[in-house]
Design a protein around this ligand. Structure first.
Ligand code: CP
Ligand code: NVA
Length: 305
């Protein structure tokens, strides 16, 4: 069976850790001059219906760096924009490339592509999940904290969006404590939370109070208040989310040595203050770099098996 990467929920702890451990090896060996040409002769197709800097460039760089090739297709470049059925696109692309990396709106779009493709489909962000991002974020946490994930308490402050949903999956599957502070009406997906809690070994707590979320946290995560596709809600969200800004005041309520994560792009002065983003607690730049190493590990695993 073709192995897709659509959601972290489809993997167990060992499988998720294997991506991270392989990415660390690839990263450290590359810094020592090794070139990992494990994808020579392979090609990926990248269908991106939303903008991207990091995910696009890091997947492309990962693929080229391992000897492979990339065909990038923006939303308007394919016949999908003229309503060609996804199941037809999936079967046609399966004859041309070795994997499809897809950034789009509904999760049902990647699910449908995966159902009909005979090649792996990798979710590079949907409205519901951003699985590849959370793997690079956890890799970054482990590099900095150097303790088992089970010993860490992770906080999410802000919108209950695709990133928050994916952190919930990760907490349940990988066994760490997670507290999310989201305004009323902006909670994570209820079915995701309910299902994850049923299988979690550590608490997954939802509050509306950002101070409560960060008090015991080793890691504080934030993300934009209006995700891609929610641009029309930006002004309204700016008002509602104001108390959820990750700034020096909120950080003073956290443990000493707490790390701040942001998947980027950041809106300074909204979800994060310039001072915190540029400060010593913030590891956003390491997260961004680690995306490339994680993408190498993902591509190797899913293309070479
Ligand atoms: N973090 C992230 O996915 O960034 P891009 O939207 O630039 O790909
Ligand atoms: N929640 C954000 C993540 C961007 C990487 C969005 O979907 O726009």
């Amino acid at each position: 069976m073709t192995q897709h990467l659509l959601s972290l929920w489809d993997f167990d702890k060992n499988e998720l850790m294997a991506y991270i451990e392989r990415a660390m090896i690839l990263k450290y060996e590359a810094k020592d001059g090794s070139r990992h040409q494990t994808l020579t002769g392979k090609t990926i197709g990248m269908i991106f219906e939303k903008p991207s800097t990091r995910t696009r460039v890091s997947f492309e760089s990962a693929m080229y760096g391992m000897g492979g090739q990339v065909i990038y297709l923006s939303g308007k470049d394919t016949q999908l924009s003229r309503n060609e059925p996804l199941k037809d696109m999936a079967r046609v692309m399966s004859g041309y490339v070795d994997a499809l990396v897809v950034r789009t709106f509904g999760q049902e779009i990647v699910d449908e592509l995966a159902k009909y493709a005979s090649i792996p489909v990798i979710n590079a962000l949907t409205d519901l999940y951003h699985p590849c991002q959370i793997l690079s974020d956890i890799m970054t946490v482990l590099e900095h904290k150097k303790v088992p994930l089970a010993d860490l308490h992770i906080a999410w402050v802000g919108d209950g969006n695709n990133m928050a949903n994916t952190w919930i999956h990760a907490a349940s599957r990988m066994g760490f404590e997670l507290t999310l502070a989201c305004p009323e009406g902006y909670e994570p997906e209820k079915t995701v939370l309910d299902e994850a809690r049923l299988q979690a070994v550590k608490p997954i707590t939802l509050t509306t109070d950002p101070r409560e979320a960060v008090e015991e946290a080793d890691i504080i995560n934030c993300d934009v208040w209006a995700s891609m596709g929610q641009e029309e809600e930006q002004v309204e969200r700016e008002k509602i989310f104001q108390p959820y800004q990750v700034n020096s005041d909120l950080l003073s309520a956290a443990k000493d040595g707490a790390l701040v994560l942001h998947c980027l792009p950041a809106h300074r002065g909204e979800e994060i203050s310039d001072e915190v983003l540029e400060g010593e607690h913030c590891v956003a730049w390491d997260q961004a770099e680690n995306k490339m190493h994680i993408h190498k590990a993902i591509l190797e695993e899913h293309i070479n098996g």
